[in-house]
Design a protein around this ligand. Sequence first.
Ligand code: IPE
Ligand code: IPE
Ligand code: MG
Length: 233
Amino acid sequence: MYIPKHIAIIMDGNGRWAKKRALARYFGHIAGAKAIKPVVLHCNDIGIEVLTLFAFSTENWNRPKIEVAGLLKLVNNYLDNMDRYLKYNVRMKFFGDLTVFSEDMQQKIKCVEEKFSKNTGMLFAIALNYGGKDEIKNAVKNIANMVKKNEIQPDEIDEKLIDENLYTKGLPMVDLLIRPGGEFRISNFLLWQSAYAEFVFLKDVLWPDFKPRHIDIAIDEYGKRNRRYGNVV
Ligand code: IPE
Ligand code: IPE
Ligand code: MG
């Protein structure tokens, strides 16, 4: 099978999953958090190099305070229980504008990344307070400062330099972007990195019901695509 290097997933549909069961949205997020591990392990098993999950967007702050608090609590719980991934040899990366989070949470994130850094398996990346536009804005600021300090000339700005100033520095471009939940949009996720990603929208599954077999379905579909990159044939 034709295996993508970098899979990115927009974990969507938790709220609708809860609503269908007459539960509060928070329970959808709990179920969503539970769906993560089998998917991560499966991707690691089949040789994916990078799996990036969209956990919280820069726009998600617009949700009711109580929902945001619930989501952050779940993220914190997740961070506290990362040790259960250690034996699977995955590496960890959290990215987005992490500066808005408490010192304590930022410290936890650093500790987790450090603890996993000697592993050699798949990179499991989690986008937190992430927005593609925010990321590009930050890259532009960094580069503008480099120009101001005369470290580079405007003419020297190329795609590589922009890549290096994104949160995803060093990661390969997204090959396959999967979105369950029934929405057909990118919602400000990995805008630059998805320039040539193949999109698979799984409209009949909500994230809490997402299983490793849905990864296989998406990879199967990916294998049928003809990635031309603007070329012919
Ligand atoms: C995705 O599920 C979880 C996050 C955005 C953090 P939603 O909460 O967006 O679920 P729906 O789209 O309302 O069903
Ligand atoms: C995208 O889902 C963000 C995450 C999955 C973290 P949303 O549910 O927030 O996106 P929209 O509002 O449908 O575009
Ligand atoms: Mg949603």
